[in-house]
Ligand binder design. Structure first.
Ligand code: FAD
Length: 260
């Protein structure tokens, strides 16, 4: 196998130009997923785009709007308040959170386990993802972005400060364990309840049926089963996810109510 040609852009404009319309090019954020896959020969790109010097890291605020650059390490998100803080503190350990990036988490593919815990969180926050690729720059809701994420270069994500947020997940003792299932509940500034789930489909999913029943947390939990595509993987069965999803939806909504 030939080594991939390595591209190291030194500005956002250069990164966009190097990525072009995508195709046979691997974007390397923190590399916590992709570098082992390349080394083991599971991924064989002809070009690798390393973003560490492209100027895509950082968190900025304008009024109530927060924007997070794609190369921002997960560890920098712990001061952002709920539900992001709770979700991030449950990802892996300090080393992985210091190395893994927001763009990498958003674009992580579920192979043997769910690996993009921020996906459901950003859906619940109503976040906008700004990306480039074929057709140029696009800004779209996280839930619309996720199904086609494989061929986009993420520049940043942004969202309005929520009134409150809650995160409920299947707790496992080992810090290296992936999150089998998690639910995020958000009350937006105008009082709307939004729900996102991770580990309940091929990527993070919004839970519209559960949102419609949100006034009754138990009923919302049952309703959520209509919104998901449950699966077996290395860390949980579809059966187990079906039993626990209603509980997590109820818990997240009850936590949210406590903040009212
Ligand atoms: C021991 C261990 C435990 C882990 N535990 C968890 C966990 O609990 N929860 C969890 O969510 N994850 C976990 N992970 C997975 C991973 O570390 C995180 O998801 C991390 O955020 C990935 O970010 P990265 O920058 O390292 O991604 P990379 O490996 O750089 O990339 C991952 C994917 O995203 C793409 N990508 C990267 N940046 C961009 C961009 N800007 N635009 C478009 N595509 C991009 C890459 O091409 C690749 O397909 C764990 C990993 C390890 C090794």
């Amino acid at each position: 196998m030939e080594d991939p040609a390595v591209l190291i852009p030194t500005s956002v404009a250069e990164a966009i130009e190097s990525f072009g319309a995508g195709g046979d090019i691997a974007i390397i954020g923190g590399g916590t997923i992709l570098v082992p896959e390349i080394r083991l020969g599971h991924a064989r790109p002809s070009r690798a785009l390393m973003l560490h010097g492209a100027g895509l890291a950082g968190i900025s605020r304008e009024g109530t709007r927060t924007t997070i650059g794609a190369m921002t390490p997960l560890s920098a998100l712990s001061s952002l308040g709920e539900p992001i803080a709770a979700a991030v503190s449950n990802i892996a350990d300090l080393e992985i959170r210091g190395q893994g990036t927001v763009g990498g988490n958003l674009c992580a593919q579920n192979t043997d386990a769910p690996r993009g815990d921020l996906q459901g969180v950003l859906i619940a926050l109503g976040a906008t993802v700004r990306s480039v690729g074929a057709g140029g720059e696009r800004s779209e809701p996280a839930e619309t972005f996720l199904p086609g994420r494989a061929d986009r270069l993420v520049l940043d994500v942004s969202f309005d400060a929520p009134a409150a947020g809650a995160y409920a997940y299947l707790d496992r003792a080992h810090t290296h364990e992936y999150t089998a299932l998690a639910v995020t509940a958000v009350r937006t500034a105008d009082g709307t309840i939004r729900l996102g789930a991770n580990g309940a489909g091929p990527h993070g999913l919004r839970l519209p049926s559960a949102e419609a029943a949100a006034a009754d947390p138990s009923a919302a939990g049952v309703a959520a089963l209509a919104d998901v595509q449950l699966f077996d993987d290395a860390i949980a069965s579809a059966w187990y996810r079906e039993k626990t999803l209603p509980v997590l939806v109820r818990r997240a909504l009850e936590q949210l109510k406590e903040t009212a």
